[in-house]
Write a protein that binds this ligand. Structure first.
Ligand SMILES: [Zn+2]
Length: 325
């Protein structure tokens, strides 16, 4: 038994595997990540299917290059848990003195991301709901997340085949921090909200998070697999017929209901993307007070087990941004 525990410890420090296909003509460099969260198996399954397609010639990367990292967080994947030591998709940056599993992986991932132009980060979620893509801010020179590839990123997001796109993550994270402060909770740094896509934008590229569906639904793998094909075609890495133009629903995350005390609960059986009419009950405080939807909009990430300081539910509105795939 001593040997196997030694093995597990050694594996926790084991390498990240990446598989790269180099086109022989010029083109953009795409990186595709799976299992940033270890219990999200659809990413590795979808990516490994695409790697197999490339190896047997069913897919031919002609231009640019694509790097696949089927399992970005091997420790969490082996445990089949969301996190190894902490959430890899938070506070992602390079650290001269890494302290935990995600610090060490983050150093390698950041170096990989810097070598690429575009990121597709493949995830899945716990509850029910339709697949969607998270994308970033409009072009801006602000302090929070300066960016200059908004058009290319939004059209990449819309090309992946989901019916719903969501943006506004870092803005809402700033609001979450402010709401926590009003409750007297420990202050979070804004950098805590930085994951793979935020790092990619910081590094000069662009990137999106694909949420394929429920963790263990085989259909999630198909969504991821199809999206990777579409990404390769959209960027011109492979030759493929132009996909039909789509006009996905675009939602701006604009509000949240924070859990103020133990016992605050969600009210209603919402799924991400569900329309909520103004005035409908969306949460119930521990003292029985009901929180009503402040405006017409959409449910995002309803949380059935919120802890004080976490969002019970995020709210979205129809985005003014026009996006076409
Ligand atoms: Zn995830």
């Amino acid at each position: 038994m001593h040997d196997s525990s030694f093995q597990a410890g050694a594996l926790d420090l084991g390498p990240l595997e990446s598989v790269c296909f180099h086109g022989l003509k010029a083109g953009p460099k795409l990186i595709v990540l799976g299992a940033v969260h270890g219990n999200e198996g659809c990413g590795p399954a979808a990516i490994n299917r695409v790697i197999a397609d490339c190896r047997k010639g069913a897919l031919s990367v002609l231009r640019g290059e694509v790097t696949f990292v089927p399992v970005a967080n091997p420790k969490a994947r082996r445990q089949n848990t969301r996190e190894g030591d902490r959430n890899l998709n938070r506070d992602m940056r390079e650290r001269p003195q890494p302290g935990d599993n995600e610090d060490r992986i983050g150093n390698r991932l950041c170096a990989l991301l810097r070598r690429h132009d575009v990121l597709l980060d493949v995830h899945s979620f716990r509850g029910e709901g339709e697949p969607f893509v998270f994308f970033g801010p409009e072009d801006n020179t602000g302090e929070l997340e300066a960016f200059r590839h908004a058009g290319a990123e939004a059209s990449f997001a819309a090309s992946l085949g989901t019916g719903m796109l969501i943006h506004g993550w870092l803005d809402i994270y700033v609001r979450l921090i402010a709401a926590r402060e009003r409750l007297g909770l420990a202050r979070l740094a804004v950098t805590e909200g930085f994951g793979t896509t935020e790092y990619m934008r910081f590094a000069g590229g662009y990137g999106v998070t694909l949420e394929c569906g429920q963790h263990d639904d085989p259909a999630s793998i198909d969504v991821g697999y199809a999206a990777i094909h579409k990404a390769l075609a959209h960027l011109g890495l492979i030759d493929a017929p132009a996909p039909a133009r789509t006009r996905p629903k675009v939602i701006h995350m604009c509000d949240l209901v924070i859990c103020e005390a133990e016992g605050d609960q969600i009210e209603g059986d919402w799924k991400t993307g569900d329309a909520i009419a103004a005035g409908l009950p969306i949460a119930r405080r521990a003292d029985g007070a009901v929180v009503l939807a402040p405006r017409d909009g959409f449910a995002i990430f309803p949380n059935k087990t919120p802890k004080p300081g976490e969002a019970i539910i995020y709210l979205g509105e129809v985005s003014p941004r026009r996006v076409e795939g």
